[in-house]
Design a protein around this ligand. Structure first.
Ligand SMILES: [Zn+2]
Length: 186
């Protein structure tokens, strides 16, 4: 039954990812690393969130984590198994762990994160064979749009932080990892 529901939801993935991208755009406008997330249950958005690390002065204020915390009181934590979490960037270790703990039924993400992604890039927490919950995963949806948003954000920030000597040694300008960015870079 759940599989059939998720098949139907898959048809709406582009639409919901567009909502997550709108959150990411809003984050960029607020000076945050542009990552956005929405959680959908039964064809409705039950939570939407964007990165707030800078505004909260909290390195754990990632879009997915904030969305999960907002969704649980709305649908009840037992219902998160029937939810799909859409996020514009591959989740980090913290968020991937939270997705497993919350028993989210399905995860759809946009851009890959070579530097911190834990849904296939650096490691894979959500499909770890030793963990007892493994969400269905769809990767790379609207990845180009999500990655472009991050690339533009970091390019603008580097330009603002010129001279070039100030650029951190681990984020050389022009490398794919640096241009893609990550939560952690914020
Ligand atoms: Zn995260």
């Amino acid at each position: 039954m759940a599989a059939a529901n998720f098949r139907r939801m898959r048809d709406d993935d582009e639409r919901w990812m567009a909502e997550a991208l709108a959150e990411a755009h809003a984050a960029a406008a607020a000076g945050e690393v542009p990552v956005g997330a929405v959680i959908v249950h039964d064809g409705m958005v039950v939570a939407r969130a964007q990165n707030r690390m800078r505004r909260d002065r909290d390195g754990t204020s990632h879009a997915e984590l904030l969305a999960l915390r907002a969704a649980a009181p709305v649908v009840g934590d037992a219902q998160l198994g029937a939810c799909t979490l859409y996020v514009t960037l591959e989740p980090c270790a913290m968020c991937a762990g939270a997705i497993v703990l919350a028993r989210v039924g399905r995860l759809v993400f946009g851009a890959w994160d070579d530097k911190a992604g834990m849904v296939g890039s650096v490691g894979d927490i959500v499909r770890h064979p030793r963990l007892n919950h493994r969400p269905e995963v769809r990767a790379g949806l609207a990845a180009d749009a999500a990655a472009a948003l991050l690339r533009d954000f970091f390019a603008a920030r580097r330009a603002a932080e010129a001279p070039a000597a100030a650029v951190a040694a681990d984020t050389p300008a022009g490398t794919p990892a640096a241009s893609r960015g990550s939560h952690a870079a914020g």
